[in-house]
Design a protein. Structure first.
Length: 219
């Protein structure tokens, strides 16, 4: 169950971002922004999720609100946050693409511009974390998504457990190797975070957390 204050945060975020499209120039008279909101909440509440849940979405929106006045396209980033894990199959390899497609279909329905739709799709796709983000908005979105790495020890350890639960079907010896590879990839970068705010507030803790996790995985 999500706390009431977190639900209110989500409702406020939704009204500020996606619902602001349908309030102005919706092309589909049958479209209901509230129905889509509930579908997304249901998606983030699916039973196979342990980390990519409403908790993660709420944490992302909290971080977004800290930097929303420092970005070029705050609405696009916030909508992308809503959809970036909308589809999540732990064994799937196209979650971001499917999430982006879901976003695009609904953005078309509410009359979003072609340019803004393309921008939001690109923002969602960059959360694959396979390429270095280029624009300020992409960098900010990725930093928000990765902010969990720089959280205090108790929350980071909870995250570690949540990720392992999502991959419960993977043998422990395989998981340890693959998880190390992922964490070492981030640690090898000159900076884990690309924007000044996240470097200042999360970089040092993230590096300490990653080194600690890697050491535990290699025990």
């Amino acid at each position: 169950m999500i706390a009431e204050h977190d639900l209110e945060l989500l409702k406020h975020s939704w009204a500020r971002s996606f619902a602001s499209f349908s309030a102005n120039n919706c092309l589909d008279n049958n479209f209901d922004s509230d129905v889509l909101f509930r579908k997304l909440v249901d998606s983030y509440s699916e039973s196979q999720r342990y980390y990519h849940t409403l908790q993660h979405l709420v944490e992302c929106i909290h971080k977004f609100e800290l930097v929303m006045n420092q970005v070029d396209s705050p609405r696009a980033i916030e909508v992308a946050l809503w959809f970036h894990d909308a589809v999540y199959d732990v064994k799937g390899h196209d979650n971001e693409a499917l999430s982006a497609m879901w976003a695009k279909e609904n953005l078309v329905a509410v009359g979003a511009s072609t340019d803004e739709i393309a921008q939001i799709v690109q923002l969602i796709m960059v959360t694959q974390h396979t390429n270095i983000p280029e624009t300020l908005d992409q960098q900010t979105l990725v930093d928000i998504d990765l902010s969990i790495l720089g959280q205090h020890l108790e929350r980071y350890d909870e995250y570690d457990i949540q990720v392992r639960k999502e991959y419960a079907w993977v043998l422990d010896e395989v998981y340890r190797v693959k998880r190390c590879e992922v964490l070492e990839m981030f640690l090898a970068r000159p900076f884990i975070y690309k924007t000044a705010y996240f470097q200042e507030h999360f970089e040092a803790q993230a590096r300490a957390n990653l080194k600690r996790s890697i050491a535990k995985l290699k025990q």
